[in-house]
Design a protein around this ligand. Structure first.
Ligand SMILES: Nc1ncnc2c1ncn2[C@@H]1O[C@H](COP(=O)(O)OP(=O)(O)OP(=O)(O)O)[C@@H](O)[C@H]1O
Ligand SMILES: [Mg+2]
Length: 342
């Protein structure tokens, strides 16, 4: 029996990110946590793979398969792929049919500063999946809740989400966002910068899986970062043959530092516009870092040293947004109702 048949309204929380898709289903927990990638057979349109399996295909398949990431910079850029990915995941993992989905309440998380049209696209996606009861919530709000912070208390909380497509900074107080700003600079941008650097300095082309691997393995913003040099495979741009690339932690710092400087600038800008009483709370309680790129070594220290405010990566940077949907589903984002006390 499918999960939705036992109760009238089943809560569904979706964190459809640029890099990762996470889905929370009430009474089950997190039912999906894999890359937001789908692969189609070009001719028949059939789904060949989704999630982790499709991610492995990036840059490696023949012409008959197209591998698609449905999101760019935090917003849906390919509706067909987004719908196919979610339908596939929900159907395959939980046997949720369109009829089941029509009986769910669904929250979809998105960056705080997206246009109305971009938000409407998220709602549209749910409608296309026959989910009629849907609301959109900001990732930073959900992330703070999912990391265990009671945002419904008066104290001001600043959250910085450094994800795959966007970096989102927001101040939350009394259960809702007071101010926020988003830039389209995050993990994927860093990966692009890495591959540009390797192209420029070594005349070697690398794929996106490799540049991401380099970032995760060599990324370290600490002043006294351990000096490491690692070897990766690429393709010689002149001769077209496979070639090794050597990259060091020091070079990686040179590539990543300008991106983190932009993030620091973004945080400083938001702090400047924060009402004084809330600033005091933030100074006292520190800034919360969420999102996959907050896991790059030394990020806490890098930001803290520059803005002189305590900074802390949450215990669950990759899953906190979807974990927070559990609470948002209980109060539908109504700041007057504290779901942590329900
Ligand atoms: N251990 C790690 N060290 C460094 N970076 C990491 C690590 N794990 C994941 N990342 C990076 O984190 C990013 C993905 O983070 P996350 O899942 O928060 O993004 P997302 O929610 O899909 O994107 P967005 O919210 O911007 O749309 C990727 O760029 C990935 O390379
Ligand atoms: Mg995210």
């Amino acid at each position: 029996m499918s999960a939705a048949t036992t109760h009238e309204k089943l809560g569904l929380g979706i964190d459809l990110g640029t890099t990762n898709l996470l889905v929370f289903l009430e009474r089950k927990g997190i039912i999906f946590d894999e890359p937001a990638v789908i692969a189609f057979d070009r001719e028949s349109g059939k789904i060949v793979a989704a999630g982790e399996d499709a991610h492995k295909m990036l840059g490696k398949v023949h012409d008959k398969i197209s591998v698609v990431k449905p999101l760019r910079n935090g917003v849906i850029s390919d509706m067909r792929a987004a719908k196919a990915l979610l339908t596939y995941v929900l159907g395959k993992i939980e046997n949720l049919t369109e009829k089941d989905l029509s009986k769910t309440t669904c929250v979809i998380c998105c960056p705080s500063e997206v246009t109305k049209i971009e938000r409407d696209v998220m709602t549209d996606l749910a409608m296309k999946m026959k989910i009629t009861d849907v609301f959109i919530e900001e990732e930073i709000k959900s992330g703070a809740l999912g990391s265990g912070v009671d945002i419904f208390k008066s104290k001001g909380v600043m959250v910085v989400d450094i994800g795959g497509g966007t970096t989102d900074v927001g101040v939350i107080s009394f259960g809702d966002i007071v101010l926020s700003r988003t830039i389209r600079r995050a993990g994927s941008f860093m990966d692009d910068e890495i591959s540009k650097y390797v192209k420029k300095t070594q005349n070697v082309e690398i794929g996106e899986l490799t540049s991401e691997k380099m970032k995760i393995e060599l990324g370290d913003l600490l002043v006294d970062a351990k000096s490491v040099v690692a070897r990766y495979a690429g393709r010689d741009m002149v001769r077209g043959i496979p070639k090794w690339v050597m990259l060091s932690t020091a070079e990686m710092q040179t590539i990543l530092t300008p991106v983190f400087d932009e993030i620091v600038k973004l945080i400083t800008g938001v702090l400047k516009d924060t009402p004084p009483e809330l600033s005091a709370d933030i100074y006292n309680h520190g800034i919360l870092l969420t999102g996959g790129c907050s896991m790059i070594r030394g990020v806490e220290q890098y930001i803290q040293q520059r803005i002189q405010v305590p900074v802390k990566v949450v215990h669950n940077p990759l899953t906190c947004v979807v974990e927070g949907t559990k609470y948002l589903l209980k109060n539908r984002g109504d700041y007057l109702v504290n779901p942590l006390q329900l």
